[in-house]
Design a protein around this ligand. Structure first.
Ligand SMILES: CC(=O)N[C@H]1[C@@H](OP(=O)(O)OP(=O)(O)OC[C@H]2O[C@@H](n3ccc(=O)[nH]c3=O)[C@H](O)[C@@H]2O)O[C@H](CO)[C@@H](O)[C@@H]1O
Ligand SMILES: C=C(OP(=O)(O)O)C(=O)O
Length: 507
């Protein structure tokens, strides 16, 4: 944060405190700080990270101070050498699915280690607005959710709902709770057209009928089919699989889902349903057999697994800055293809023996990445549904290819618009060319240079810009990083702990 913005933010905090008639000691105590720390914040002598500002806004109950009400930017000074080790946080995609799945449970759901990210905040705002009691533990390591008997959908925070695609995952749980309801169109990253048709087709056997008009899904529910439900997904999508799992969990019969996604976040939903007493067979495969329950009312506690996409982001941070870095708690099962391709490109890395994630199921390793001379991949790099290369990891290969000697072809057959956003890397000195909206050629190596940039409306390409700018000489300003905060917890400060020089500032 610049001195000026630190000072003006400090003044706002002091004014909010005084308006509430609170002494520095009272507020410092509530924030677990020394009064001298609070004085330093209020005078602008101490810079604030995102988590501290969020805590202060909550303590002073001043929404104007919440980071989402202010636009956050980054100032990155490079080139950077990183060193040391960093833990991978739990995934955005499992978190949002579990938050939606908590609607199935009349008991108390406790989620451990949920990442404090904007996507989670949006879904929590939606859940609170419809009556779910949401409580974080003091240290934010646990999140408790308790559903009311009747949800009040009319009170839904529509603005929050529209900012995330995940709200589409309310369909599965809600079809058992309400005969009719409305949800706003799903948002999320702007990656071109993202269909919801597979969701509507797959939920129809549960009696769900959806008409989409004027920005709303109008859902009505009739009696579903009796007997065993065989559902073949027309696409192996992650959120559609999760939606069907949730619908099947409260269907007291058997549902067989074919062409299911076996991806990491789907596995976390399966583990959650199993903890609720729902029988789920075939976890990690493309055929899931679910035997649901009439009612779910269980006090349950689960921990979603670590994020393979964050792990890949951190590997990329090490590669682009030519640093030696240890990425701890990496879910290896969901990174194997990525590491195989990186190995072929010349990346040197070591893996520790495997150990278990907090969920007791996912296999983790620590990955130490060594500075390496990279060359272009022998073949085009393209994603596939798990167990292929994860589509969300593909953008990071553009940054890595820009580091490598030679020409790499990146083929994103899935998304119409994600590769286009990667052209922004050219502003930092990369040499990338779009052959068509799905195919990107990257010529490396790159002499990265600093630049003034605005985040594209897509999480992974935006993070790619942040990572590449750490390698650029000079000061890069990356404006409006909400999209990064959607999926990464306090990334700038966590990179700073490894040696990066990234200032957070707001306006
Ligand atoms: C909250 C969450 O979990 N989001 C993830 C989820 O989004 P989500 O499950 O919403 O993914 P989408 O439904 O957008 O599917 C991704 C795209 O792939 C296409 N498609 C998908 C499967 C398939 O077999 N054939 C096919 O063509 C879809 O038409 C769509 O254009 O999965 C995406 C693809 O892994 C990830 O980028 C998102 O991070
Ligand atoms: C595309 C992504 O997310 P979402 O589905 O939330 O837009 C992503 O995580 O890269």
């Amino acid at each position: 944060m610049t001195q000026n913005s630190s000072e003006s933010l400090g003044r706002l905090i002091r004014d909010a405190r005084m308006q509430r008639g609170l002494s520095p000691e009272q507020v410092a105590q509530a924030l677990h700080l020394e009064p001298s720390d609070l004085r330093a914040i209020e005078t602008g002598a101490r810079e604030l990270d995102l988590a501290s500002l969020t805590n202060i806004a909550a303590t002073l109950q001043d929404p104007a101070l919440t980071p989402t009400a202010r636009t956050m930017h980054l100032r990155i000074k490079g080139p950077t050498k990183l060193a040391g080790s960093i833990d991978v946080r739990s995934s955005k995609n499992a978190a949002v699915a579990l938050l939606c799945a908590s609607l199935l449970n009349k008991g108390r759901t406790v989620l451990e280690g949920i990442a404090q990210i904007e996507e989670v905040n949006r879904i929590l705002e939606v859940l609170s607005s419809i009556g779910v009691k949401v409580t974080w533990s003091d240290d934010k390591s646990e999140l408790e959710l308790v559903r009311p008997e009747m949800l009040d959908l009319d009170a839904m925070d529509i603005e929050a709902a529209r900012r995330t695609r995940s709200v589409i995952m309310f369909l599965g749980p809600l079809l058992h709770l309400l005969p009719e309801f409305q949800l706003p169109y799903a948002g999320g990253c702007n990656l071109g057209t993202r269909t919801v048709t597979p969701h509507l087709q797959a939920l129809a056997p549960f009696g769900l009928d959806v008409q989409a008009t004027d920005g709303w899904y109008h859902a009505s529910v009739r009696e579903g089919h009796d007997g065993v439900r065989h559902i073949t997904l027309t696409e192996r999508g992650d959120t559609v699989t999760e939606n069907v799992l949730m619908a099947a969990a409260l269907h007291p019969g058997t549902t067989v889902i074919r062409n299911a996604s076996p991806n990491y976040m789907v596995q976390d939903v399966c583990f959650f349903l199993q903890a609720l007493g729902v029988q789920v067979e075939g976890v990690g495969s493309t055929t899931l057999t679910v035997t649901g329950l009439e009612e779910i009312s269980t006090d349950v506690r689960v921990a979603p697994s670590e994020d393979p996409i964050e792990a890949m982001s951190l590997i990329t941070a090490a590669v682009v800055t030519k640093s030696e870095l240890t990425i701890r708690r990496a879910p290896i099962e969901f990174l194997e293809i990525e590491l195989a391709i990186l190995g072929d490109m010349g990346l040197k890395y070591d893996l520790t023996p495997e150990y278990s994630a907090a969920n007791g199921k996912t296999r983790l390793v620590d990955i130490t990445v060594h500075p390496s001379e990279l060359h272009a991949a022998a073949d085009k790099i393209h994603p596939m549904p798990f167990p292929g290369l994860n589509i969300d990891n593909l953008p990071f290969f553009a940054v890595i290819a820009a580091e490598a000697e030679g020409r790499t072809l990146i083929h994103d057959w899935v998304y119409e618009n994600r590769a286009i956003h990667l052209l922004e890397l050219n502003k930092l000195g990369a040499n990338t060319q779009l052959l068509d909206p799905h195919r990107l050629v990257v010529n490396g190596p790159t002499r990265w240079r600093s630049q003034e940039l605005i985040c594209p409306p897509a999480l992974r390409p935006a993070v790619c810009l942040l990572l590449a700018s750490m390698a650029a000489r000079g000061i890069t300003v990356l404006r409006d990083v909400y999209v990064i905060n959607r999926g990464y917890e306090d990334l700038a400060n966590r990179l700073n702990k490894l040696g990066a020089d990234i200032q957070v500032f707001f306006d």
